[in-house]
Design a protein around this ligand. Structure first.
Ligand code: ZN
Length: 189
């Protein structure tokens, strides 16, 4: 399957508000397939459609490779390709419940090389649809909850750097813009 180019900051596509998916057609299924391939290859634990230039409300996520890398000391096992048994594909995802708070370091495939502590909800319930059009409800916490919040933010043009304090954001943004280029118009939450 073809991998897609991951757009990086300050690409204006990353600031677009994505449209609801109204029909699950072949083009959308191909997009989902290619997004998963791109995420695993990167490698990353999540990817949202605008990161590959599609303004559709679609995300993919899989935290299993990360957990495996943390738990295992066997390098060969870490290098095995992900089996995709825990791949999450969500169409029109929406956070319907969120509780608790947690601060953890976060990065983004579209802002390569930069991380920051980001405050997120600890536990969320996310609703959406599968590739078969089935209603899905995911109740999760900790890392998966963080990944889903991060990816759903992307669908509204929000990046993790928007979720940190203003002072930290200005400092980090300056460093990012030195390396990746300056964003013309900055969307502040
Ligand atoms: Zn991201």
């Amino acid at each position: 399957m073809p991998e897609l180019k991951i757009l990086t900051y300050p690409d204006p596509m990353l600031r677009k508000k994505c449209e609801l998916v109204e029909e699950i057609d072949d083009a959308l299924l191909t997009l989902l397939d290619n997004m998963a391939d791109t995420m695993y290859e990167a490698p990353g634990v999540g990817l949202a459609a605008p990161q590959v230039g599609a303004t559709k409300r679609v995300i993919v996520a899989d935290i299993k490779p990360r957990e495996r890398a943390q738990e295992s000391t066997d390098e060969e096992e870490i290098l095995l390709p992900p089996d995709r048994s825990e791949l999450i594909e969500l169409i029109n995802p929406e956070i319907v419940f969120a509780e608790g708070e947690t601060i953890h370091e976060e990065g983004c495939l579209s802002i390569p090389g930069f991380v920051s502590d980001v405050k997120r909800k600890y536990e969320v319930v996310v609703e959406g649809y599968s590739r078969d059009g089935e209603f899905i409800e995911i109740k999760c916490e900790d890392l998966l909850a963080r990944v889903l919040q991060h990816e759903i933010d992307h669908l509204d043009g929000i990046l993790f750097i928007d979720r940190i304090s203003r002072l930290k954001r200005e400092l980090l943004k300056k460093k990012i813009e030195k390396v990746l280029g300056k964003e013309e118009k900055y969307a502040v939450l």
